[in-house]
Design a protein around this ligand. Sequence first.
Ligand code: RIB
Length: 288
Amino acid sequence: MIVTIGVVGSVNLDLVASGAPLPQAGETVTGARFAQHPGGKGANQALAARRLGADVHMIGCVGDDALAEAALALLRRDGVDVSNVMSELGTATGVALIAVSPDGENQITVASGANSRVGPSDVAGLPKCDVILAQLEVPVTAVEAASRAAMETGALMAINLAPAIGVPPQLLKDADLLIVNEIEAEFYGDALHERGGLVALTLGGAGAALFKMGKEIARVPAFDVQVVDTTGAGDTFCGALAVALAEGQEPEQALRFASAAGALAVTRAGAQPSLPTREQVDALLKEG
Ligand code: RIB
């Protein structure tokens, strides 16, 4: 069964320094290794869904600089439809400066650039989808337009509330699925649960849980894997959960599928280079 996912979100180029301790404010650390990968929460989630077998359409914006093609390279290579990713004249492609510690934790600073040009009218480019998935690295007005499009077309609306920022309460109420980590869950508090839709909470090494109206309806433990780099693991979880729910998987099965995908993503360096294939996720699920 091939499902269709529309992603409204960011496209970045990730500049990564790994292997040195994370610096404190005002501190300089040396000895890191450098790498450059395509990233951005929107693009990562789009590619995650694509590698898991979905047809994926991306709405986003890059600059007219030399970084744009590098940022889109893996989306293009793996067959995400990027025909509605705009290129904005005189604007810089989004860049994320990422430090990864020896134990795989990260710090990320994003220079949004062209991502801040994504607007409500861009969302009109989305075809009919089973799920529309958005995050908060593009303007909230675009996410609201995505939510309206989902309502009009009968798509399931999923929002990964990352990074945590203030949003209109109606946006949360209208979403069928909100996906948060522990930091985001604390930021949004009760507003997550005072609504009819689902809430997926990722708990890092403690697994993940799914709630409906404040009541836990599923929980899965974390898979036991070697952590190399946690960058993009949350995005992988989001893309995978969108695919699983679109396929009609039961809540607990969908949560387990998304957790397995997220677990595989932490075993490799980089965001997009670490996204697993369907076969890899199925193999991990079989192993347990
Ligand atoms: O979630 C990881 C992503 O956050 C990185 O790829 C980076 O681009 C930032 O958007």
